[in-house]
Design a protein around this ligand. Structure first.
Ligand SMILES: *[C@@H]1O[C@H](CO)[C@@H](O)[C@H](O)[C@H]1NC(C)=O
Ligand SMILES: *[C@@H]1O[C@H](CO)[C@@H](O)[C@H](O)[C@H]1NC(C)=O
Ligand SMILES: *[C@@H]1O[C@H](CO)[C@@H](O)[C@H](O)[C@H]1NC(C)=O
Length: 398
């Protein structure tokens, strides 16, 4: 025990020393302005007033939710994916979803799931000291975070329902909420799932290989006691920022070799000049347990709550294997939007999901053959490609 704690401290000290000495700011190319502004700063730069709201969940997490108030009644709630934050919905500036919605007078609420850079707070637990803070996955971000945020939004606005948009794991959060707390179906007028993630049966290399070895890798790394992954102030991000901000070589190494294999190749929609902007915002921090939970879905081909092993499962769920989320309880209207070249949200997996959902009002495969996982939030031509698909839905269901 003592050795473990000492080791953990050593890791923390070495990490912070490395982060500040190995990558002094003088050595790194300065990031562009849009990399350094937070959601509020970007909202203001692109012409809007932004409010910052704190939402406290039933289990004590304090979430930061950004709001761009608008005159239209039905609030639009945006939930980000793994290791990401509200910022992905706004870093394309005038071409982003958040600003485009605000320009059309929608009331925009951008959520930050527990544990990311904006929501690293709890009424009792200290994320730097209590590993219990990090004991969550996409389940809790759906079951608690989205539930608390929806209730908060409805209370502030006096409205009866939101339009809930999710990207990647943000869609998983919605599927968890709607299937395990069915009363929330009445509070969601429409759920728009961009790159939906529930089943992960058809992953391709290299992600499929990584997933196969996920538990082994986790076992090997266990002495490091990593609970937080890709923290905004952590060593991973310092490394990422340093190596990925060195011009065109960085683009090749970080985007073509580093990002595209996992997300799908689409150099057209993620151009070199956008990389430094993105570097200012990702990774934004997440729990390791969240990744392991997705990993379980890959290996089991099931969409179910976290598998703790037979003994704890029996205690928690009454079964040795966690029962699957009952997707037929997710009766809210749902739109599924998927890309042919998305390496994470595979068309065949979304088709399987669609068969389980009782109320899919729109199923759309993006026409563009190269459309990948990130294009749904970062694609430079969203106003010409994605928005014509989803804005009519905002109009129709608000
Ligand atoms: C965002 O940045 C602004 C300055 O542009 C600052 O006033 C505000 O406190 C920041 N908000 C958060 C949540 O970091
Ligand atoms: C964003 O678009 C608006 C309207 O077209 C324009 O007035 C504004 O200058 C743009 N903002 C930036 C920072 O490019
Ligand atoms: C799932 O929910 C549906 C609809 O409420 C119900 O009929 C069905 O029995 C449930 N399935 C399981 C396995 O609990």
């Amino acid at each position: 025990m003592k050795i473990k704690i000492t080791f953990a401290y050593l890791v923390i000290i070495v990490n912070s020393a490395l982060a500040s000495s190995l990558f002094p700011t003088s050595l790194t190319t300065p990031l562009p302005e849009d990399a350094l502004l937070n959601f509020t700063g970007l909202g203001v730069k692109y012409g809007h007033k932004v409010e910052e709201h704190s939402v406290v969940t039933e289990d004590g997490y304090i979430l930061l939710v950004f709001r761009i108030p608008g005159k239209r009644k039905t609030p639009v709630m945006l939930m980000h994916g793994t290791g990401d934050s509200s910022d992905s919905y706004i870093i394309r500036g005038n071409r982003s979803l958040a600003i485009s919605l605000a320009n059309q007078d929608y009331d925009v609420w951008a959520v930050n799931g527990r544990g990311n850079r904006y929501s690293r707070r709890h009424v009792r637990l200290n994320p730097d000291k209590n590993s219990a803070f990090w004991d969550f996955s996409f389940h809790e971000r759906g079951y608690y975070d989205l539930a608390a945020t929806i209730d908060y939004i409805l209370q502030i606005t006096g409205e009866t329902g939101v339009i809930s948009v999710g990207h990647s794991q943000g869609t998983t959060n919605n599927f968890v909420l709607l299937s395990s707390r069915p009363e929330y179906n009445d509070k969601v007028k429409l759920c728009i799932a961009l790159a939906p993630v529930a089943f992960l049966d058809n992953l391709v290399l290299p992600i499929s290989l990584l997933a196969a070895f996920g538990p082994t890798i986790d076992g090997l790394l266990s002495p490091l006691q990593l609970n937080e992954i890709g923290g905004y102030r952590g060593i991973e991000r310092s490394l990422f920022k340093f190596f990925c901000n060195q011009g065109i070589i960085s683009y090749v190494v970080c985007v073509i070799i580093g990002i595209f294999p996992g997300q799908g190749y689409d150099a057209k929609r993620l151009e070199p000049s956008f990389l430094p902007v993105a570097l200012g915002h990702v990774p934004a921090g997440d729990s390791k347990k969240g990744l392991l939970h997705h990993n379980q879905a890959v290996l089991s081909k099931r969409f179910a709550p976290y598998d703790y092993g037979p003994v704890k499962n029996k205690k928690l769920y009454g079964h040795t294997v966690p029962p699957e989320y009952n997707l037929s309880q997710a009766t809210a209207k749902i739109a599924l939007i998927v890309g042919k070249n998305d390496h994470l949200s595979r068309v065949r997996d979304v088709e399987k999901l669609k068969m389980h959902l009782p109320n899919v009002v729109k199923y759309h495969v993006m026409q563009e053959n190269e459309w990948n996982h990130l294009d749904f939030v970062w694609g430079n031509d969203m106003p010409e490609t994605l928005f014509p698909v989803i804005f009519p839905l905002f109009e129709k269901y608000s």
